[in-house]
Structures are given as structure tokens and as C-alpha cells.
Design a protein around this ligand. Structure first.
Ligand SMILES: [Cu+2]
Length: 75
């Protein structure tokens, strides 16, 4: 599992946190550690769920994610 911290634009309240948490939890191979307004921390298996898929799931929920750590590895 790879640890990843995401910066997420567009979040403003607990409703957003719940939406992002739900979107991430639904993904195969993703373990959600923490979701706060504006950021999230997850463990994920890049072989099962590429970063692009995680970003897409957050995008579909209405927010924009970019990695805070491991930017080189997930690019
Ligand atoms: Cu909100």
C-alpha cells in the first residue's frame, strides 16, 4: 500500500467531507485514513487503483484533488 495525502479544492463543510469520504471508500484497493475540509489522507494500491482513478472519483464528486506527497511517483 502506498500512503498519499491529497489537497482537495472545492470543499467547504462537513457535507463535502462526507461526499469525498464516500467517493474514496467506494474505490477498490483504497483505505481512507482521514478526510478533512480541503484534504484527505489515504492508503492505496496503485496496481489495483491508479491515481488517475482516485482523482476521477473525487472529480465526479465535484471536487479537485492533487497529491501533496509522492507527487513524482504518482505523476
Ligand atoms: Cu460542503
Amino acid at each position: 500500500m502506498q500512503h498519499l495525502t491529497l489537497h482537495i479544492d472545492g470543499m467547504s463543510c462537513g457535507h463535502c467531507v462526507a461526499r469525498v469520504e464516500k467517493a474514496l471508500s467506494r474505490l477498490d484497493g483504497v483505505h481512507v485514513r482521514r478526510v478533512d475540509v480541503g484534504s484527505a489522507e489515504i492508503d492505496y494500491d496503485p496496481a489495483r487503483t491508479p491515481f488517475a482513478q482516485i482523482r476521477q472519483a473525487i472529480d465526479d464528486a465535484g471536487y479537485t484533488a492533487r497529491p501533496v506527497e509522492s507527487a513524482e511517483r504518482v505523476a
